[in-house]
Design a protein around this ligand. Structure first.
Ligand code: UD1
Ligand code: CA
Length: 463
């Protein structure tokens, strides 16, 4: 059976972006553009995909890794040349190739499948995918003859005044018979205007000897091309609205949804409330009954049922049932907060796990620590995990009360049922059931203040 191939052109620098990162790796809602495209292709009726890389190729290769095959374009000589670079890998194969641009991240599998369907249904050799844009500036225009048949694509910069008025644009997507494509690409000549090989020239090269048709995409937002950072903001707004709408229809309530950003791979159960200025991205999961925000950022977080998080940052961490986080807490690097915990004001938890009913309500640092159940970290308690060279672990058992302003100098083990006096700097392990006091005894010097020299009045005795 003839196969469907995808050829994604992503070798360009993206000069108009004015950023260091190659354009197709630039993030939209914190996920690189190219990943959206590859994922939509994976969900479509395409069998194999090839990505053309060039400028900073290693960035894209690292991002996609095993998910695509790569074709190298050593010098960026235009979209026609980029496609031609795939000749060795693809040229001899029988089937249909869908050409996509690496800067159209909003494309989805439904559109891809519709294009392939139309291409095969009409027995086309080439199907050019077009859209009608209110503001077509920057896009190649579709030139049709008086019968409506496509004749050519003219780039914005090469348009005559009349052509510039045309609203039908080239989306940069084409379905094309694979072997015919590579035969034709050899004949594209350098466009003198920009000194580049334009892929769009295949229309003129094929229109007389082959069946060339068009397919017009109705959902035109989906085929917008990203050329600069303003376009990134438009794409983000589009995706944000669409994703938020989907969650709201699934029973997630959002207060001021225009200030809420939910990433593409986030799953949220019903009965969750999300308050303003909240961003949840990466592979995050939010379970039933949770209340998130305001002013909260979660990336790769798992938030279990009925957890409340406000004014806080959670990265690569989990929070279990009914716990509360914030205001102003920071969980990171595999913090695993047990059920019914309270992680409160200005508390940082790094690479640590806490047992049920543990509390650190104010001003604490918990790092490289494992605690049991019912541990209370008093205000200002710190697990001192770093000796200037290496990180060390702290183990704390069940039912431990850590008084305010305690330093636990790691490595250290605090056994079950221990009480640590406030202000202690604990350097030795504490056995089960003990009270540990690690600070100087208080000295009171009687009648001391009468010896203090009284400060002179500021006005030097003047009236
Ligand atoms: C292109 C089309 C234009 C269309 C628009 C749709 C051409 C000549 N123009 O213009 O008709 O309306 O897309 O968005 O095709 N690339 C390479 N190698 C290169 C040059 C580009 O791989 O040598 C890749 C880029 O990484 C990018 C894509 O091709 O992902 C498109 O290139 P870009 O320069 O953005 O083309 P446009 O000017 O937008
Ligand atoms: Ca573009």
């Amino acid at each position: 059976m003839a196969k469907n191939y995808a050829l994604i052109l992503a070798a360009g620098k993206g000069t108009r972006m004015k950023t260091e990162l190659p354009k197709c790796a630039f993030p939209i809602l914190k996920k690189p553009m190219i990943e959206y495209i590859v994922e939509s292709v994976e969900r479509s009726r395409i069998h194999e995909s090839y990505v053309v890389v060039g400028h900073q190729r290693e960035v894209l290769e690292d991002l996609l890794d095993e998910r695509a095959q790569f074709v190298y374009q050593p010098e960026q000589l235009g979209t026609g040349h980029a496609a031609l670079c795939a000749k060795q890998s693809l040229g001899a194969k029988e089937g249909t190739t869908l050409i996509l641009l690496g800067d159209m991240p909003l494309i989805n599998e439904q559109i891809i499948d519709k294009i392939l369907y139309t291409h095969h249904k009409f027995n086309n050799d080439l199907t050019v995918v077009t859209a009608n844009f209110d503001d077509p500036e920057g896009y190649g225009r579709i030139i049709r003859d008086k019968y409506g048949k496509i004749q050519a694509i003219v780039e914005d910069a090469n348009c005559t005044e009349d052509q510039r008025q045309i609203n039908e644009v080239n989306t940069g997507l084409y379905a094309v018979d694979n072997q015919t494509l590579f035969k034709t690409l050899d004949f594209i000549e350098k466009n003198p205007y920009k000194n580049e090989y334009y892929l769009t020239d295949i229309v003129e090269l094929m229109r007389n000897d082959y069946k060339v048709g068009t397919f017009t995409v109705r959902d035109k937002n989906r085929v917008m091309g990203i050329n600069d950072l303003y376009a990134i903001s438009i794409a983000e707004k589009f995706l944000r609205d669409e994703i938020n709408r989907g969650h709201m229809l699934n029973g997630v309530s959002m207060i001021n949804p225009e200030t809420i950003t939910i990433g593409h791979n986030v799953s949220i159960e019903g009965d969750v409330t999300i308050n303003p200025n909240t961003t949840i991205t990466g592979n995050s999961t939010i379970r039933k009954g949770a209340v998130i925000g305001p002013n909260t950022e979660i990336h790769n977080g798992t938030i279990h049922q009925n957890v409340k998080v406000k004014h806080s940052l959670i990265y690569d961490s989990a929070v279990h049932e009914r716990s509360t986080v914030g205001p102003f807490a920071h969980l990171r690097n595999n913090a695993n907060i047990g059920r019914d915990n309270r992680i409160g004001n200005f508390v940082e938890v790094k690479k640590s796990s806490t047992g049920p009913n543990t509390k650190a309500s104010h001003l604490a640092y918990i790092g490289d620590t494992e605690t049991g159940a019912n541990v209370n970290f008093g205000c200002g308690s710190i697990t001192v995990n770093y000796d200037g060279k290496e990180k060390h672990n702290t183990y704390i058992g069940d039912d431990v009360f850590i008084g305010c302003n305690t330093n636990l100098i790691a490595p250290i083990t605090v056994e079950d049922n221990v009480f640590i006096a406030a202000g202690s700097t604990v350097t030795d392990d504490i056995p089960q059931g003990a009270l540990a006091i690690a600070r100087n005894r208080q000295i009171n010097k009687a009648d001391y203040t009468k010896h203090l020299v009284k400060p002179k009045p500021k006005n030097n005795g003047k009236k």
